[in-house]
Design a protein around this ligand. Structure first.
Ligand code: XMP
Length: 430
């Protein structure tokens, strides 16, 4: 089934995604396209029911107002214009429409049907993937993060054993994280999953490396090499599955907006390894990816995970990584997560974790002076990770966490709670 669509033309607004989300919340699919789309390209899109010209303070570039091809008005679609005086449009607004105005435009003026939902989306994508892939094989790097997990579940439904998943455990995963990926995908969903334990290899390369950016580079580079080695062992792979989602694409920069961040693609696989991409989540915002995962039957703890950096615990074991300190990070993080879940904070707090700096602090253990590590707890809330505030965790909960870490992680003598907002701090410590 093909869903009706409202097309947003980006006339320089910084709020295109806000408008797209508002329309999708009404159950109608919406996509953002550049203002200079040709009338033919617009007509070639499926089931367009209406157009929104979305302007804003960026609408005037170098003194010239951003304009659409005048022939766009003759394509036969109702047009709403936001902050853009145009004689030809059906509706003109000076600011973003409220829900009632948007509803009237979408349903009464454009006559769109509310047929955008996850059930239809999943059915459509399964069909499209089957058509794209045929009887060929798809390779997928399954990290266990939300996006790759949802792609894996979707591709598994679509092509079953033609999907080959590779999970690289770099030794910097949280407690039981890799085991969970194997349990869910291999044991429960019967996926064709190759599990690579590359812990020694990664920790070997990281030995003595204290500079955070150098650590990131080693982890990222080594990840690609391990994945590539696995890919070379396989035969007859034509496609690479990817968990690219909608914000990755629109944040790559539109013609009028400044570049937000570059869209990191296939992750630097060598040029002689050419795969066509299968990217079934390309249209989805993050919360829609989660809804898709639930629709596909993934366990909620996998779908509602807090953000976790690619370099994993590697950037939370501060300075040069050692195995015992990494263990202290992993165990304390598991205790923190357990207690947050018991208190219901896992559903409230955006990101929470522990870090362990590379020095020892004096303490008393078994009536003896003993040197041990210091665990720092961080719990932050944010909308977009650009700024962050501190969660005011109940003191009793903090005390319980501190007691448990001190009792259960023998290498630790101190537990602290960090109070610095972003800025001036960042969320991670390095
Ligand atoms: P900062 O520390 O910059 O973090 O305030 C903002 C958000 O980004 C995550 N983060 C990373 N994610 N690779 C990632 O995939 C990284 O190297 C990385 N560094 C930070 C961080 O966890 C937070 O959610």
């Amino acid at each position: 089934m093909k869903q009706d669509m409202i097309v947003i033309l980006d006339m320089g607004s910084t709020e295109n995604t806000v408008v797209a989300r508002q329309i999708r919340a009404l159950g109608v699919y919406s996509e953002i396209h550049p203002h200079d789309i040709t009338p033919d390209a617009l007509k070639a899109l499926d089931n367009v029911k209406g157009i929104i010209l979305n302007g804003g303070e960026n609408r005037v570039v170098d003194g010239v107002a951003v304009e659409v091809d005048p022939a766009i008005y003759d394509c036969g679609f109702p047009v709403m214009s936001i902050d853009h005086p145009t004689a030809k449009c059906e509706q003109q607004l000076s600011e973003l429409p409220d829900d009632a105005t948007m509803k009237a435009f979408v349903f009464d003026t454009c006559k769109a049907e509310a047929n955008w939902n996850m059930k239809n989306f999943v059915a459509d994508q399964i069909e499209l993937v089957r058509r794209q892939v045929g009887d060929k094989k798809v390779l997928l790097a399954l990290s266990g993060g939300v996006d790759s997990s949802v792609v894996a579940a979707l591709l598994l439904k679509a092509i079953g054993q033609q999907l080959v998943c590779v999970h690289v455990n770099h030794g910097l995963m949280r407690k039981n994280e890799s085991e969970d990926v194997v349990e869910v995908f291999k044991n429960q969903l019967n996926a064709n999953l190759i599990y690579v334990d590359a812990t020694d290899r990664f920790l070997g390369k990281l030995e003595g490396v204290a500079d955070p950016e150098e650590k990131r580079k080693i982890i990222g580079g080594e990840f690609i090499r391990v994945f590539e080695e696995e890919a070379r062992k396989l035969e007859g792979i034509d496609f690479l599955g990817q968990g690219t989602i909608y914000p990755d694409i629109i944040e790559s920069g539109t013609k009028t907006a400044k570049m937000v961040k570059s869209h990191h693609n296939v992750g630097g696989l060598p040029e002689d390894m050419q795969f066509a991409l299968v990217e079934p989540l390309l249209q989805l915002f993050k919360d829609e990816v989660r809804a898709c995962g639930i629709e596909l039957g993934l366990p909620p703890h996998m779908v509602y995970r807090q953000p976790f950096p690619g370099p994993g615990l590697g950037v939370r074991c501060l300075g040069a990584i050692t195995r015992d300190r990494l263990e202290a990070v992993r165990e304390s993080d598991a205790i923190l997560r357990d207690e947050f879940a018991k208190a219901g904070l896992d559903k409230k707090v955006w990101q929470y974790f522990t870090v362990v700096p590379d020095f020892k602090a004096v303490g008393v253990r078994n009536h003896e002076r003993s040197m041990g590590y210091m665990v720092v707890i961080r719990a932050v809330n944010t909308i977009d990770a650009m700024t962050a505030t501190i969660e005011r965790v109940d003191y009793d909960i903090l005390e319980k966490i501190a007691d448990r870490i001190a009792a259960e992680v023998p290498s630790v003598t101190r537990v602290c709670f960090e109070l610095t907002k972003k800025p001036v701090a960042t969320i991670e410590f390095e």
